[in-house]
Write a protein that binds this ligand. Structure first.
Ligand code: B12
Length: 312
């Protein structure tokens, strides 16, 4: 392939991304550019509606391909029935109606796929800042893991508390509360940060209104689900509620799960737990999840059990 052919390919890719003046040279487009919508996505129409982008290398850069606008992007060119395509796409968040270029994906959905993947990887590896924990008055403890890389390779250590954590819990936490709430980064930092404000206040208020006393709010860094058993055993809470970041998917990276268990011990197993997953704006909204969790805890207290033994 000679240089001219390479330049042509680069130019055509940049054009598909919305770059009008590109001649094989990367130029920036403004972030408020709104022309990639379902109505004008089919190739040539995009070209005609575009303003000339500013020259130079300053400015906000290419648009974020992880946004809603690109999630709704329809890439089928010349469909027989546009409204059927739009109707299909509206009904699911799955990657459908994105078109294809011969046997390969079109550039926009391909790049969106990579952007979503990058977002998911980021949320696994990003740390929750200590300032964020202080702002929310959370008592920080840590598992036996010392960094994110180790977290991913040693789940066994994420299930156990560090010696320092045991000391902090013993010295600083309320003993024998009815419900102990624990928050943990788990596999998604965004899950905690994005859902916290809408989940925690209604959850704590709901538990209080139900006459259930809660313990000191604890944040477990590098936590795995099983760690809630050790915390529960140490603090002797009747119910332990763990809010933990779920493994992210390609379309969803800020989903939180609630794992709840009645009187956990080191002998507890997975079937002793009850899980409410998919807590995020596009799934079970956090406020609604708070109400569901309160009902769940009430049921656990009434039946004095959890997991598969709990009747709901
Ligand atoms: C990874 C995963 C698994 C893995 C866990 C392996 C591992 N060691 O990590 C495997 C494949 C083993 C698994 C199995 C099951 N899973 Co699963 N799993 C998930 C998934 C995709 C991510 C969980 C996650 O991110 N956890 C957070 C991290 C930080 O936790 P962790 O400590 O690393 O891992 C623990 C948890 O993942 C937990 N766990 C995983 N699945 C389940 C299911 C239940 C009911 C419980 C109590 C705990 C649990 O077990 C792990 C070890 O302690 C979720 C989907 C989601 N959106 O959350 C479904 C999900 C949690 N699983 C689900 C189900 C139904 C199951 C099974 C019952 C399937 C089956 N019929 O066999 C089994 C039961 C597991 C058990 N041990 O009893 C459902 C739960 C639905 C519900 N509300 O009850 C979910 C929500 C998927 C779904 N949408 O249907 N699962």
């Amino acid at each position: 392939m000679d240089e001219q052919q390479i330049q042509q390919i680069v130019s055509s890719v940049l054009r598909q991304l919305g770059e009008k003046t590109a001649q094989g040279k990367v130029q920036l487009i403004p972030a408020n550019n709104n022309d990639v919508t379902p109505a004008n996505t089919a190739g040539s129409t995009r070209e005609t509606s575009r303003e000339t982008p500013p020259a130079g290398d300053s400015g906000p850069g290419l648009e974020d391909l992880g946004t809603e606008k690109f999630k709704k992007w329809i890439g089928i060119e010349h469909p027989l029935n546009q409204s059927v395509i739009e109707d299909l796409a509206r009904q699911t968040t799955a990657r459908i109606c994105v078109g294809r270029a011969g046997p390969r994906p079109r550039t926009t959905p391909m790049l969106r796929f990579l952007a979503d993947h990058a977002r998911s990887k980021d949320t696994v590896t990003t740390e929750i800042p200590s300032e964020w924990l202080q702002k929310h008055d959370l008592l920080e403890i840590q598992s036996r893991i010392s960094n994110k890389e180790q977290y991913l390779t040693r789940p066994d250590l994420g299930r156990r508390l560090s010696d320092e954590a045991i000391k902090i819990l013993t010295e600083k936490c309320k003993k024998s509360p009815t419900v102990q709430v624990v928050i943990s980064d788990g596999l998604s930092t965004d899950a905690v940060v994005h859902n916290y404000e809408e989940l925690l206040p209604p959850l704590l208020n709901g538990l209080k209104s139900a006459g259930l006393e809660t313990g000191t709010l604890v944040f477990l860094r590098y936590g795995r689900v099983k760690a809630q058993d050790e915390i529960g055993e140490l603090l002797q809470a009747e119910v332990n509620v763990l809010l933990i970041g779920e493994r992210p998917g390609l379309g969803q990276s800020d989903s939180l799960s609630c794992y709840a268990i009645y009187k956990p011990t080191s002998e507890s197993i997975e079937s002793d737990r009850t899980v409410i997953s998919n807590i995020h704006q596009g799934g079970t909204p956090p406020v609604e999840a708070a109400a569901v969790i309160v009902d769940l805890v009430k049921a656990m207290m009434a039946q004095k059990t959890s997991g598969i033994d709990l009747k709901r």
